[in-house]
Design a protein around this ligand. Structure first.
Ligand code: SF4
Length: 285
């Protein structure tokens, strides 16, 4: 018996586009396999306001070049008396927040910052916002089609775990089933007439200073654009002493490091990578 093409999708489904190369590749394969966007499927991008302009442009370019509508969603506060249901705003490339507004609103509403153990940003800005969007479209059950590759086994295992709460959509991981790896994704983009204008090894995707990224990568990014540190520093001042991580210096210290190293040539300090540091942050994860 031949296995069904993993990219043939049956709706209703939310096709999660994080704005990275991997989910862009997945979207392309789905459009190819289904002769366009499958019936009852919606492509979504949940904007935190901290993605880089290159990411936003890439999402817009995929949409325009491939003729596929992408719904841009922003978390916009909890519903009265609830922490599980939220309001959303529908935006587009022009109107999307670019100064971390949805993320700051969430931090205000919760009174705490996310950290590697409690990723309140992913849970709310991505997962709950995606769920609110699908519910607002009248769905009560749907698949979440996510760009998780075969070389991300911990994420595959987590999303496939029996007993997982799939209230935000049932995970469908076509790339993992098709045994797609990072090298396949990069090879695909090398053959395309456009690409995400971020270094594939630079870890500049997702939120610009995401606390899950390796410290040296954050510092390196702040060396080039120190002003990118300011939003993170400001969040750590509300309330004073709040931090995104308690196992590394606060963002004002990372900026100080960046300014210091910017004067030293060459810059040469690193800490080990983790799988988490390299992943796309998306709606059902
Ligand atoms: S990229 Fe990082 S900071 Fe942004 S939502 Fe995901 S986990 Fe949070």
């Amino acid at each position: 018996m031949t296995e069904r093409n993993p990219y043939v999708i049956e709706g209703p489904a939310q096709i999660c586009f994080s704005g990275g190369r991997t989910s862009g590749y997945m979207l392309h394969r789905i459009l190819e396999a289904n002769g366009g966007l499958p019936a009852d499927c919606i492509v979504t991008f949940q904007n935190t306001g901290k993605e880089r302009e290159e990411t936003l442009s890439f999402i817009n370019e995929c949409s325009v070049r491939w003729g596929v509508p992408i719904s841009w969603i922003e978390w916009d506060g909890f519903e009265q008396g609830s922490r599980s249901r939220c309001h959303i705003r529908i935006v587009d490339f022009e109107t999307a927040s670019r100064n971390g507004e949805p993320f700051s609103r969430l931090n205000d509403a919760l009174g705490i910052l996310p950290n590697p153990v409690m990723r309140t940003c992913t849970a709310n800005l991505k997962v709950k916002a995606g769920r609110a969007f699908m519910l607002s479209r009248g769905y009560d059950e749907w698949d979440n089609v996510m760009g998780i590759r075969a070389d991300e086994p911990r994420r595959v295992a987590r999303l496939s775990a029996p007993g997982r709460d799939n209230g935000g959509g049932i995970p469908n991981l076509p790339l993992a089933r098709a045994n797609v790896r990072k090298a396949d994704v990069l090879a695909f983009w090398r053959s395309q007439p456009f690409d995400l204008m971020l270094d594939p090894e630079g870890d500049f995707g997702n939120c610009d200073g995401c606390y899950l990224k390796a410290r040296h990568k954050i510092v390196r990014a702040f060396m080039v654009e120190p002003e990118r540190a300011d939003w993170w520093i400001n969040e750590e001042s509300r309330p004073a002493g709040a931090t995104f991580r308690n196992d590394r210096p606060c963002y004002s210290e990372l900026k100080r490091e960046a300014l210091f190293y910017a004067k030293q040539i060459p810059f040469d300090f690193a800490e080990p990578e983790t799988e988490e540091a390299l992943i796309d942050c998306m709606c059902g994860d």
